[in-house]
Design a protein around this ligand. Structure first.
Ligand code: UDP
Length: 242
């Protein structure tokens, strides 16, 4: 099955909720979920072990909720529940295309999905299930980026891949500055200090930096990029200890 050499065997892939929007402005598009699942299936078929952390930005974000007058902690729980909804949509998409899948939540909801249990998660990965991890860390005041860094470390993933709409990190905003330079490698310290570079929340960056987890940021919406990332082709930006 594996005559193509993967650079990474076990990866934590962080997908923002907006990837599930498709051509909608809010909510979830089934065709977008299927497309996403198909891209992941291609890598899974090559023998990769994939844990997915899914965001909830297409449904609700705590920070926006707070601005709209909700209590911050309640709003964060609302956001976390949004990630469970997204996780179920992705599970449905994987099942539609016959990929073995399991879903866990950091907030217990027994009749909907398994609770997050590290050893069980590890065994699902070893057994070849795509593992969807929802509800972030289960705690407020952070986002799913922090959940992704935490789970990547806990599940011994070789790299955290963050699927975005842009081709990694630039020295300045490429939408405003035509001479913006694409950076192939940056250090966590540079990413944390810089006002121009917004890669992930600082809490996620600090966690990854402290424990030596590498991060690859790449444009997931360009077809074939996920495979290139797994094969170790030079796409996106790698953030490392430096
Ligand atoms: N959230 C949280 N704790 C976590 C993960 C998520 O409180 O560990 C909440 C937070 O309000 C966040 C929302 O869930 O804004 C949705 O997640 P996120 O913003 O990371 O979604 P994305 O931008 O990746 O789609």
């Amino acid at each position: 099955m594996m005559n193509i050499q993967l650079k990474y065997k076990r990866v934590l892939l962080k997908i923002g909720g907006e990837a599930l929007l498709g051509d909608r402005e809010y909510g979830i598009s089934k065709p977008a979920c299927i497309k996403l699942a198909q891209e992941i299936k291609e890598i899974h078929d090559l023998g990769a072990e994939i844990a997915l952390v899914v965001g909830g930005g297409n449904i609700f974000r705590g920070m926006a909720g707070e601005k709209a007058g909700f209590d911050r902690v309640t709003a964060d729980y609302m956001g976390m529940l949004g990630t469970v909804i997204n996780g179920l949509a992705l599970m449905d998409a994987f099942e539609t295309i016959n990929v073995p899948v399991r879903i866990q939540s950091a907030i217990e909801m027994k009749s909907v999905c398994e609770p997050y249990i590290r050893l069980k998660a590890l065994s699902h990965l070893k057994e070849g299930y795509v593992l969807i991890l929802t509800a972030g860390t289960g705690d407020p005041y952070v986002t799913t980026d922090t959940g992704a860094a935490l789970r990547a470390l806990e599940l011994n993933c070789e790299v955290l891949m963050k699927a975005t709409k842009v081709n990694g990190v630039y020295d300045k905003d490429p939408k405003i500055h035509k001479d913006a330079v694409h950076l192939h490698n940056i250090s966590y310290t540079e990413a944390i200090k810089s006002d121009n570079i917004t890669v992930m929340d600082n809490s996620a960056l600090s966690l990854a930096n402290d424990h030596g987890l590498n991060l690859l940021i790449f444009n997931f919406f360009e077809e074939g990029n996920l495979k290139k990332a797994f094969l170790g082709e030079p796409i996106g930006t790698v953030v490392s200890k430096g």
